[in-house]
Design a protein around this ligand. Structure first.
Ligand code: G6P
Length: 495
């Protein structure tokens, strides 16, 4: 295998790991962003450096924006390159096409889709803007890795410029089966765009199979063959590859941070307030794909059918605000709050309220303290690309005495399904039974299961993911890339 450290790693995603925030007039700072994609990629860039291109996170004019990001780049150890978007572009490309057309469709929730044609036009325009930003920075030897459903069309624009750079793409969310994908008005354009990459990676075999079936159904002259663990798609003279690469987390870093003194301190106070009661933890971005109402109904069913758990268990449901302003999300929040209120009103007793509901972001310390204090994690999305919360929970469970209840429709079930309690999130009674079984599970079985889960998240971690993806893309591993200090310019002007 070649080890010449010539290539730089260039990551392109809708979001950067920092979000611009204004405090007072003309006073802006950067705060760390959240979400599965950022969580996964952050340790990779930290480890090896590189360039990260993404939306600045605001539509306002920010005086000195380049200097703000240059400062953050120096601290972060990799170059952050912001792309600016107008309010109309954010409305149509991000809220619109990405999150009202593609997101619900790819999660099999067709009835929630809005296929407004203007959304697609703006999506194409914004993807071209990302391709332009890439062209300013990217050299022929670099490895470009584009991420997620907001940017499926970038390679198409890079190719239009006649550029033959190595371009790889990873889809963090599921890819739907042909009968669902066919409903997308731009189905042919989207497939053509994805086929313009050299490698397209999916989370699971199921997603990869769906994609290949869509190619076979919709792209007349495509020929597909299998080579090792990859599928090779040939159209005319051109070949590209398709594979599945389940994403991981930096499990060792989670385990280390989980025993930091400030986490221990917070943990003591969480445990003191729940003394003698088991904690069931639900932790999600506000999203209708996460199955939160179904989960609340399952918890109510548990309280109804197994009255002996009343007063001995709490559901702590943390909902992190997300995509505010999209009507479906606003309505979901109202529905969750109505359900929580109803269940608490019905089952609460003096000194015991069944559901503790938090609608806010958590600091890293709070997050780790919640992970560690939970006796049971209830992760029941209706469909999910991977679900990194499941993996973070296992990595943080250093005492190895908690139970993971996991939806069969989360990508993570393919790796963690054997040692977790796997449920169909639509089946309220089955989920309630699983909570009851977890509640009663003895220490020996808990430990055995959690050890197996932790072994998996440690071995198939984020570095393993990057390495397996890069080996498939360019026959290199992360450590073949130069460390950042060798090339970070003091004033990064692109080239
Ligand atoms: C999911 C997507 C990411 C996205 C994240 C947060 O994990 O796969 O691409 O960044 O959700 O959503 P947001 O819309 O806030 O970026």
């Amino acid at each position: 295998m070649a080890t010449e450290p010539t290539k730089r790693l260039i990551v392109v995603s809708n979001r950067l790991p920092y979000v611009l925030e204004s405090h007072a007039r003309d006073k802006w700072t950067l705060r760390p962003g959240s979400g599965g994609l950022v969580t996964a990629l952050l340790p990779v860039l930290r480890d090896r450096g590189g360039i990260w291109i993404g939306w600045s996170g605001t539509t306002e004019e920010v005086p000195g924006i380049d200097e703000i990001f240059r400062g953050a780049s120096r601290e972060a150890g990799y170059v952050l390159k912001p792309v600016s978007l107008t309010q109309e572009e954010v409305d149509r490309y991000y809220h619109g096409y990405s999150n009202e057309s593609v997101w619900p469709l790819f999660h099999d929730l067709q009835s929630r889709c809005d296929f407004e044609p203007e959304y697609w036009h703006t999506y194409v325009k914004v993807n071209r803007r990302f391709a332009d930003a890439l062209a300013e920075d990217c050299g022929p030897d670099d490895f470009v890795w584009v991420h997620d459903y907001q940017l499926m069309d970038v390679a198409h624009h890079v190719r239009e410029r006649g550029d033959s750079a190595d371009l790889a793409f990873f889809l963090h969310i599921p890819f739907p089966a042909p009968d669902i994908f066919m409903k997308l008005p731009e189905r042919n354009a989207v497939l053509t765009s994805l086929l313009a990459y050299d490698l397209v990676g999916f989370q699971t075999q199921r997603d990869r199979r769906n994609f290949i079936q869509c190619v076979r159904t919709l792209v007349k002259h495509a020929r597909v063959r299998v080579e090792g663990h990859l599928h090779v798609v040939r159209i005319g003279e051109r070949e590209m590859r398709v594979g599945n690469f389940p994403i991981g987390i930096d499990a060792d870093a989670f385990a280390r941070s989980a025993i930091a003194p400030e986490v221990e301190e917070r943990l003591r106070s969480v445990r003191a307030s729940y003394a003698g009661r088991q904690i069931v933890l639900g932790l999600d971005r506000l999203d209708y794909t996460k199955g939160i109402p179904q989960r609340l109904r399952a918890f109510a069913d548990l309280l109804e059918r197994f009255p002996e758990v009343r007063g001995r268990i709490h559901l702590v449901q943390v909902v992190v605000p997300s995509r505010e302003g999209i009507p479906e999300y606003d309505a979901l929040r109202v529905e969750i709050e109505r359900l929580v209120g109803g269940i608490n009103g019905r089952y609460a007793e003096l000194g015991w309220v069944p559901i503790h509901y938090l609608y806010r972001s958590l600091s890293q310390t709070e997050l780790l303290a919640f992970y560690r204090s939970a006796d049971i994690a209830l992760i029941t999305p209706l469909k999910d690309g991977m679900n990194l919360v499941a993996k973070e929970f296992c990595a943080s469970n250093v005492e190895e005495n908690s139970v993971l209840i996991l939806s069969q429709f989360a990508g993570a079930a393919a790796q963690l399904g054997q040692a977790a309690l796997v449920v169909n999130p639509y089946d309220v009674e089955e989920t309630a039974d699983a909570i009851y079984n977890a509640f009663c599970m003895n220490q020996g079985e808990r430990r055995y299961r959690m050890r197996t889960l932790r072994r998996n998240v440690r071995t198939q971690n984020v570095f393993w993911w990057v390495d397996s993806f890069m080996r498939a893309a360019i026959d290199k591993e992360l450590h073949d890339f130069p460390v950042l200090e060798e090339y970070i310019p003091e004033h990064h002007e692109g080239r």
